[in-house]
Design a protein around this ligand. Sequence first.
Ligand code: AHG
Ligand code: MN
Ligand code: MN
Length: 338
Amino acid sequence: MVTSSKKFITLERFIHEQEHLHPAATGEFSAILHDLSLAAKLVWREVSKAGLVNILGTTDRMNISGDVVKKLDEFADETIYKAMDHGGHLCVMASEENEDILHIPEEYRSGGYVLLYDPLDGSSNIDANITIGSIFSIYKRISPEGKGTLADCLQSGYNQVAAGYVIYGSSTVFVYSTGNGVHGFTLDPTVGEFLISNENIRIPKKGKIYSMNEGNFNLWDKGMQNYINYLKEEDKATGRPYSMRYIGTMVADAHRTLMYGGIFAYPGDKKNPEGKLRLCYECNPMSYIIEQAGGRAINGKRRILDVQPTALHQHTPVFLGSEEDVKVCEEFLQGKRK
Ligand code: AHG
Ligand code: MN
Ligand code: MN
């Protein structure tokens, strides 16, 4: 007697089935996602035993954002690059851990797509065994042929053809969208496959959780401070006071916001007016996912996906989550509510 109604569909099978939704899809797309799922399993393998092998701790390097590069950052960065560089589907890559764009080695064919990625998100949490993740963003190339260019990597987020993340938590989940909804797959380590666990994830229209580093409260502008104070007031009709949850790994905080609703934000502040998070490989992919699930993602003034990047590692303030929550936040930020 079959007990579980669970469909045993692997990520590969699902990607293949979704291919017919993209008439122009040439199978390149599926191959890129397939290669990314392999990279995710390779990173998971090291993350899951990080404490046992000498891969915790830091290297002697700083990245372009001034962050100390952790050994697992470096491992994930190289693993993703090497899993993706020879498939013949990409013409260029860009990563948080590399100042310049990453070319495809001469010996491999260049393809029609572009990959930007944050190989390991939440690095400060690694040594404390707190949830971390990887983030990816995929565009079609705009340069005609041959080697990809910086312009290929600096496209507005609304041009993304796919985006997603892997969250290495109590289980390892691969979440992605190609513009037809958001789908989640959980790694079954015993068979080494990502099996579907959440098809067509929809974010609640409104939540009761806010997620941001309130340690920066005194650096925020008045509108942001007024919004936080509003969330803490008692008002049963609007579900207030909200609860505060903050993991300090964008992937984890955004994934919880996607699943439970509410708002995640990393505002700009007096010290860093553009905030801490990077537009191209953190905020654009996560905003794409949130919008595909029916949510909203802004930089305080406009939709994140409408911003035209001017630099690979540029920062942006980000406010993303349930449509209603982001709208109320926006009204406070713009001084329409006090
Ligand atoms: P990364 O590890 O890729 O540099 O990203 C860390 C980011 C993001 O994951 C998280 O939301 C944010 O840093 C947390 O910053 P604070 O520690 O300043 O709150
Ligand atoms: Mn990150
Ligand atoms: Mn990172």
